[in-house]
Design a protein around this ligand. Sequence first.
Ligand code: AMP
Ligand code: ZN
Length: 119
Amino acid sequence: MAGEPQADCLFCKIVAKEVPATVVRETATTLAFRDINPQAPTHVLVIPKSHHPDAGSLAAAEPQAAADVLREAGLVAVDEKIADSGYRIVFNTGSGAGQTVFHAHAHVLGGRGLNWPPG
Ligand code: AMP
Ligand code: ZN
């Protein structure tokens, strides 16, 4: 069923605390933790606790959870003190766009200059 934990999903395992992560925020529906391979001084991932393969699928199936992810991404930026200097919220979608973990996640990136357009 959509949203159910997937046995082979790394981020479902992080939600279940079967794989460790450096958690910076948690709500009933979301988890935010530091990316293991940071691409900027601040690089935090915000995920829904429910499993959906990408951001569009999440928003279609559980719009409130998608809104929760966006709200938490903004609050991560405030906590990390990058809200004023500017930051980026990225949802890589599909392997051609660099998605490697097929559990929806927002990258929150900041603390350095960010080029536009991104590569
Ligand atoms: P994406 O390539 O958009 O699917 O993003 C997946 C992100 O997950 C990458 O930036 C990885 O560095 C990150 N990642 C992979 N494994 C872990 C882990 N165990 N803990 C935290 N971040 C991870
Ligand atoms: Zn998952």
